[in-house]
Design a protein around this ligand. Structure first.
Ligand code: SF4
Length: 492
């Protein structure tokens, strides 16, 4: 078997992904998202910027012929090249695994020459990997350790301090003594997963799975199994705790006694998960009996209401679209305002336009979904030195509909994103495939290509987000006003 650094990285993220990458039917993968392509381009730009610091050479070999690539890379290092860009390291399993037939392939971003004796003379090399992340993630450290091990075999000399270069050129040195045992353990686990007859158990985790191309495939399997990872609030560690309590399906979770093992899982957590399981089984929303006092009805409402949503590019620390839907119940009218920075330099302008709209409707509640809008208003106010008198009055009017939903109701959904909740209510976005990260790609392309259709698509998506928030608020207000105590109260 050839264990590549890409497979090892996949394993560190998810053992099932490793298995599917090895043995799965690639035709069942989702198409690669434009957002992933954008990340790859940004990483390449980061590498290109660093290349200007080096006198580098890139090995040439027939595509996919790793043995040839490794031979050329070794020849370049033997000749004393000061930096080998995208070299190939091939090694056997002797030092890394009990299975001597195992082969390893690593492609570090750079192999950088440094002082120190090696089989070639008075010089040696160290691997340097360039990653877009802000943090030195464990999977990066693991892969860099593999590169260091392969390089040691090749050059006959130790690698002292392999490096990760992260976003904004932060340099992080990988502690090999710490990571070498973990690498060997991970390789042994990879061999076990590879040899298994079936893929590891599915576990849908929003954070881990959202960018994975096997997501649709895994969701289908999880839904067929009614897998507990589809219940909002069930993390891998809670899942293990529930299994210890003999709970491995929705029906069992719906009946779980909150006090069965209070040492292991807090009763209030069990109550919350139990309500969620009941909502899913009954396919209907359930009022939470133990919701905090702050979320008892009535939901704020007024003759004029504002619905607010932001499109942002976190990497640039830029909020480029502040969208507000003004709903006037008195006149029965709705008007959408898109404060759009066609150029990043216009952020202060759109901030002032947004503030002017807020001041035009004094006292009107500002509904939004989740914490980002409030955090951003504070950020922009600090950045552009907004008068202290304006901001507190404005922030008092903000109402987080996500918090209201999650604190008041168990919904029959797999997650509490605006998309999922509003779709459950029958709301449809005009661009079915649009998403927050897609708008980041569109905005990036607008800046490079100047295609106004992209700006129009962003504004349309943002308006739909505002309208979805409005729809959800209306539904929640009606539900809270009419709901009696649920037939199966969470503390029953
Ligand atoms: S979708 Fe999630 S569970 Fe499935 S392979 Fe990808 S990361 Fe693993």
């Amino acid at each position: 078997m050839l264990l590549t650094d890409d497979l090892l990285l996949a394993y560190k993220r998810c053992d099932r992904r490793f298995f599917l990458n090895l043995w799965g039917d690639r035709r069942q993968q989702d198409p690669e998202r434009e957002f992933i392509q954008k990340l790859r381009q940004e990483n390449q730009q980061q590498i290109n910027d660093l290349l200007t610091n080096y006198d580098w050479v890139r090995p040439e070999y027939p595509r996919g012929d790793w043995a040839a690539g490794a031979a050329v890379t070794a020849a370049l290092m033997a000749a004393g090249a000061s930096c080998v860009y995208r070299g190939v390291l091939l090694g056997t399993g002797k030092a890394l695994s009990a299975d001597a037939t195992l082969e390893f392939l690593g492609r570090p971003t750079f192999l950088v020459k440094q002082p120190g004796r090696s089989r070639w003379g008075d010089w040696s090399y160290q691997p340097v990997n360039v990653k877009l992340g802000k943090r030195p993630k464990p999977e990066y450290k693991l892969v860099t350790t593999l590169h260091a091990e392969l390089l040691e075999q090749l050059q006959g000399a130790p690698v002292v301090s392999p490096e990760l270069v992260l976003r904004e050129q932060q340099v992080y040195r990988v502690d090999l003594a710490n990571w070498q045992p973990r690498l060997r353990a991970a390789i042994a686990e990879c061999e076990q997963v590879r040899a298994a007859a079936t893929a590891p158990e599915v576990f849908i985790s929003r954070q881990r799975c959202s960018l994975c191309q096997w997501l649709s495939y895994c969701q289908t399997e999880a839904r067929a199994q009614q897998h507990l990872s589809l219940v909002p609030g069930i993390t891998p560690s809670r899942y293990r705790d529930l299994q210890t309590l003999g709970v491995d399906n929705l029906a069992a979770l719906a009946q779980l006694d909150p006090w069965q093992d209070a040492e292991r899982i807090a009763p209030e957590i069990v109550s919350q998960l139990r309500s969620q399981a009941r909502a899913l089984l009954q396919a209907q929303p359930l009022l939470l009996a133990d919701r905090p006092l702050a979320y008892h009805p009535p939901l704020p409402s007024a003759a004029i209401e504002l619905y607010f949503d932001i499109e942002a590019e976190p990497d640039r620390n830029l909020d480029f679209l502040l969208g507000v839907l003004v709903v006037n119940h008195r006149t029965g009218t709705e008007r959408f305002h898109a404060f759009l920075a066609e150029d990043p330099s216009e952020e202060p302008l759109i901030w002032q336009q947004f503030l002017a709209l807020l001041l035009r409707y004094p006292g009107a509640p500002v509904f939004h979904f989740a914490a980002y809008e409030v955090d951003t208003v504070k950020r922009l106010a600090a950045l552009y030195k907004t008068a202290h008198a304006v901001l507190p009055e404005s922030l008092d009017r903000f109402v987080d509909i996500h918090a209201w939903v999650t604190q008041s109701v168990a919904m029959p959904v797999e997650n509490y994103s605006l998309k999922t909740l509003a779709k459950w209510l029958g709301f449809a976005w005009r661009d079915a495939d649009a998403s927050g990260d897609q708008t980041v790609c569109w905005y990036d392309r607008w800046l490079r290509q100047g295609d106004r259709q992209l700006l129009n698509a962003i504004v349309r998506y943002n308006e739909d987000d505002c309208r979805a928030t409005y729809r959800l608020k209306q539904w929640l207000g009606d539900f809270l006003a009419s709901a009696s105590e649920p037939p199966l109260a969470v503390n029953s």
